[in-house]
Every structure is written in C-alpha cells, then in structure tokens.
Write a protein of this length. Structure first.
Length: 139
C-alpha cells in the first residue's frame, strides 16, 4: 500500500531537499531542452522569498517527492504582463513543477497545480502560464 502524499508549503530549511529533487529530475529528463530555468543564481537567491514565489511541496513521509512554484512578484513578471496586456491585473505565473520519476502517474503534479491555482484564487491573482521555447538542441 502506498503512503498518503502530504502537500504543504516548503520552508527554507528544506532548501537542500529542493535542490536535490530539482537536480535528480532535471538530470534524468528525456528531453531536457524543454525544461527552462531563468537565471539559476537569481532563482536560488529568491527561491524562499515569500514576496517573490510560493513553493509547494509533495511529501511521502518526510521525503520531498514533488514541487510546484507560483511566482507572484509583479516586477519580475513585467515581461509577461506587458506581452499579454495584463496591466490591469495582479498576475501569478506557474513556474517549476517537478515530480520524482518513481512518483509519477499518481496525480501528484495535478494536485500540486490544482493547489497552486487555489492559492492564486485566494490571493486574488490572475494567472498567466508562461511558456518557454525549447533551447536549440545540438548533439
């Protein structure tokens, strides 16, 4: 029988678990060119700033098995706001959503995204899903 997955906000004390999960998932993607990371140094500095991003984790016991981020800092989202003519809204942007391979196909990512949508609704954010074009794939 599988353990119940618990969903809760990720704390700064769990930074190493987040980095480990990100590394594990990203390094084993079949098509890593479709995974888009902005400025990694900047992201790591702001990853736990509650005014910048809301981090939600999926846990199997104490093990972090999935994450989803909702970016909320309006200055950082200015590019998307201008392109999509969303100036009259407070905007949230779904960021990273990752689940360890052995936990996939259990609805974890769906639940993380659903909970992030609920969070955005409660905080009166309009949502914008940013899409990043794949990097040029060269072999």
């Amino acid at each position: 029988m599988e353990n119940e997955i618990i969903y809760k906000e990720i704390t700064v004390e769990e930074k190493q678990q987040v980095l480990n999960l990100m590394s594990e998932v990203i390094n084993h993607l079949e098509r890593p060119e479709f995974y888009c990371v902005g400025n990694p140094e900047k992201e790591l500095q702001k990853m736990f700033d509650a005014n910048y991003v809301y981090n939600l984790g999926a846990y199997d016991n104490q093990k972090l098995v999935g994450i989803a981020q909702l970016y909320i800092e309006q200055k950082e989202l200015e590019y998307y706001i201008n392109i999509a003519d969303l100036n009259r809204f407070q905007v949230g942007n779904f960021g990273t959503a990752l689940v360890l391979k052995e936990y996939r196909n259990r609805g974890i990512m769906q639940n993380l995204i659903k909970l992030q949508k609920r969070k955005s609704t409660k905080s009166t954010l309009g949502l914008y899903v940013g899409n990043c074009p794949p990097r040029k794939h060269t072999k």
